[in-house]
Design a protein around this ligand. Sequence first.
Ligand SMILES: [Zn+2]
Ligand SMILES: [Zn+2]
Length: 336
Amino acid sequence: MVQRIIERGEIESLDHTALPRLLLPETAEATFTARTKRLADLAAGKVAGIAFNPALSGYLNLMREVTAAQAEIAAELSATDLDMPDQKSLDLALEHMMPPLAAQLKRPAIWHAILNKLIDKLAHSNNGERIELNAVLTSLRALNEEELDEQADAVLAQRHEDVNPAQAPFIAAALQILWTARAAKLKQQQVPMLETFTLCPVCGSHPVASVIRIGGQSQGYRYLTCGMCASQWHMVRIKCASCEQNGKISYQGLDPIDAPEPAAAPDNKANDPRKYVRAETCGDCHCYTKIFNQEHDYNAEPFVDDLASLTLDILVSEAGYTRGNTNPLLWFGENA
Ligand SMILES: [Zn+2]
Ligand SMILES: [Zn+2]
């Protein structure tokens, strides 16, 4: 058999550079609106690929209120509010392979006002009814700017011992509004490749989960989703998103059918909800990251799907693995 000679153009299209290494959010408003819609489905148990847990409905509905408020606030932000870096700072970030919108380094002070807007909107829709929510919102209002920035630092660095688990989701939500809106203003060529794949190249924050995408040039590739700015960056499959080792990776799903497939799996159908979410576990660092496969649910929204698939977290933690990264809208109070 004659081996087919690959034309030069084809080689270029196989080249790694043809693959979009970074997918920036289109707009913050669209990001949070999509999350709001998805959360409504998740809270109602309408997502076949995610085992419905009625105990989570109240929490998911509250988060839906949060994302709806995020969308509204994002729509009101002006160009001045976004305080984008100037050309010189952008060039410097590129040159030094640093995230251009590093959330740990420089935060526009407007984020405090954004948090206040978020608190006002949630307090308004709550109307004093949910006592716990009321108490958290009141405690947030009592923080001064310095305390708010200390909490923001702890949330961004995922320093659980310094995080107030009840306040953290709202602090994170306020930061997300600003950072997603800012990320949407960047162009891919303004964002360097970092030396590590375990942090967001746009804002330096941790990923929450990953998604195998379908469509266009991203078909079949895995992307990590930033927990702060909603950017997605490419990371090869079968590689730990916490320690970047690839020697002891395995997969766990909720359904027994979801056990690692034999190499020659005859059944490779799309739209199989049982295959929608898996945990990628790493035997080197004993961490895991979830992978949502868009082939099995076109409407995949890794950030909120991560919140709703808590049953998988419980299963995997019982097997001795810990989450590689925290979802900034869900903190457990082990140190509170
Ligand atoms: Zn980011
Ligand atoms: Zn690892």
